[in-house]
Ligand binder design. Structure first.
Ligand SMILES: Nc1ncnc2c1ncn2[C@@H]1O[C@H](COP(=O)(O)OP(=O)(O)O)[C@@H](O)[C@H]1O
Ligand SMILES: [Mg+2]
Length: 231
């Protein structure tokens, strides 16, 4: 589902070139759940953005569901994202001028689904927010906004979902709700889940765990069943 080979990311700063990600090679099979942990500033968000096609690699290869992300321009990456990728940002990134249901519908409308509204209602119900469909983000709590963001990420039934600290801004009770929801949707839809987190419980819940340390990624746990190797 994801395969990288010697992926690196350099950025230029006024003190010269900075290597944010050292050559990274790893593979994630379809349907797996993967956590990336590590200190702040170690490169986790940069890696997630590259894997999701939000940013361009400096060197190396990334294949997403067999497609060579590293050869694509911004528009091609956007198309691939629309077709296969969901992304949950730590800061929710909801459109403030749209209601909950309008936020959820947005990607489906862009993708041209004729039943965008019905699907959005359905998925809002799954995240327990159907009664809040017509509220604006600033009328919702942090946990509720995060659930809207999750509903939005799932409406296109993405093959792969990236989440950057999905419980980072939430209290314990809301974190637990979000965690349950992520794994339920992963189980129901078979979505591959790659998340960055500081939440040990959430990381433990994943089959595989990677640790990022100053731009170097290493695997620290792998309990994925062997049968997943087929995908
Ligand atoms: N565009 C950029 N220009 C310069 N430095 C950057 C840029 N993007 C990220 N960085 C730096 O790269 C490092 C990794 O950032 P990030 O991936 O956000 O880390 P994490 O998500 O693990 O906290 C940080 O030191 C950050 O300041
Ligand atoms: Mg980050």
């Amino acid at each position: 589902m994801i395969k990288t080979s010697q992926l690196t990311k350099l950025v230029s700063t006024n003190e010269g070139e900075l290597e944010i990600l050292k050559p990274i090679s790893f593979e994630v099979k379809s349907g797996q759940t993967v956590a990336i942990v590590g200190a702040s500033g170690s490169g986790k968000s940069t890696l997630l953005g590259l894997l999701a096609g939000l940013d361009q690699v400096s060197d190396g290869e990334i294949f997403l569901d067999g497609e060579p992300l590293h050869t694509m321009d911004e528009e091609e990456r956007a198309q691939l994202r629309g077709a296969k990728v969901g992304f949950i940002f730590q800061s929710f990134m909801l459109v403030q001028s749209l209601t909950a249901i309008e936020n959820v519908m947005l990607p489906a409308e862009i993708a041209g689904f004729s039943d965008a509204k019905k699907q959005a209602q359905n998925i809002l119900q799954q995240v327990g927010l159907d009664h809040r469909a017509h509220h604006y983000p600033n009328q919702l709590s942090g946990g509720e906004q995060q659930r809207v963001a999750i509903a939005r990420a799932f409406i296109g039934k993405p093959k792969i979902l990236f989440a950057d600290e999905p419980t980072g801004n939430l209290d314990a009770a809301n974190s637990e709700k979000i965690e349950k929801l992520l794994f339920k949707l992963n189980k129901d839809l078979g979505t591959t889940l790659v998340l960055v987190t500081h939440d040990e419980k959430l990381a433990e819940h994943c089959e595989r765990q990677f640790t990022m340390q100053a731009g170097t990624l290493s695997e620290s746990k792998n309990s994925a069943p062997l049968k997943q190797d087929i995908a």
